[in-house]
Design a protein around this ligand. Structure first.
Ligand code: ADP
Ligand code: MG
Length: 256
């Protein structure tokens, strides 16, 4: 290919916002020559690779903005450790039809059963599918909203929790809230209702939410919006965190 044409292609690709193509044009030409690609196959190759690069860039950028604590996937979740949990229920969620429907998902159970792991795995899958994600613990969200309210910036801070397609609210119920705090949570839940998904995790059953939110009426109003369209998964089993610890302790006591 003449130097003139390849320079022009690089310039045009740059103007079209196709930086990958500007770097790899010679490589594409070499592969086309080697594989004796026709015009259609060549164009197909260039466009599909450019799209894959763009999707990957968007996915990595989305993960950076999501504030997820890690990027574990469902493949890393050992379902055999939780025999009472039906893997199909989790895998159904991973199809993301609930995200498409702007519905919610709740993962309930005691500490260490993998609630956060599964919530993160669903969020990573949603991010890969092109949805925007934001992860927060309930306590952090309340703390930030309270600070913003005190500074007269509540509306703008609410946007942080209302804009993403999927909001992950982790650890509902670890700390009881005051009424004004619960009110801020209600604002987030009611404004997201039928507009964007929430994935939440909690160590409390819904009947205990009255105590969490310090007010039965407010808790009922929150649950009403949250549960109208919501997949609920209860994981009642042993803590994975204690798995190896308990084995080690058993070994020690056997020896003794
Ligand atoms: P929870 O949020 O329910 O307290 P986490 O999701 O934080 O529990 O899980 C605690 C740790 O154990 C994490 O490192 C998580 O990846 C891991 N874990 C929990 N359950 C499983 C499982 N069934 N298979 C593999 N790892 C698990
Ligand atoms: Mg957790």
């Amino acid at each position: 290919m003449s130097e003139l044409v390849s320079t022009r292609i690089r310039n045009t690709a740059g103007k079209l916002g196709l930086p990958h193509l500007t770097e790899t044009i010679s490589e594409y030409i070499r592969r086309a020559d080697e594989g004796k690609l026709g015009y259609l196959d060549f164009l197909d190759l260039v466009l599909s690779e450019e799209l894959a690069v763009r999707d990957d860039r968007r996915f990595r950028q989305g993960l950076r903005l999501s504030r997820l604590p890690h990027h574990k996937t469902l493949d890393e979740y050992d379902f055999s450790f939780q025999p009472d949990l039906d893997p199909r229920k989790v895998k159904d969620l991973a199809t993301l039809s609930f995200v498409e429907a702007k519905a919610n998902a709740a993962l309930l159970g005691p500490p260490g059963v993998g609630k956060t792991h599964i919530a993160v795995a669903l969020a990573v899958a949603a991010c890969r599918a092109g949805y925007s994600i934001y992860f927060t613990s309930l306590d952090d969200m309340v703390r930030h909203l309270k600070a913003a309210e005190a500074a007269g910036r509540l509306t703008s801070k609410l946007g942080t929790y209302l804009r993403p397609s999927v909001l992950v609210v982790d650890e509902v119920g670890y700390q009881p809230l005051e009424r004004a705090e619960a009110n801020l949570v209600f604002q987030v839940i009611s404004k997201r209702y039928e507009k964007g998904s929430i994935i939440l995790t909690s160590n409390k059953t819904f009947s205990e939410w009255g105590q969490v939110f310090g007010d039965e009426v407010l808790a009922t109003a929150i649950l009403d919006r949250l549960l109208h369209h919501c997949e609920v998964i209860c994981i009642n089993g042993p803590s994975y965190r204690l798995k190896n610890r308990l084995k080690a302790i058993e070994r020690e006591t056997e020896v003794a």
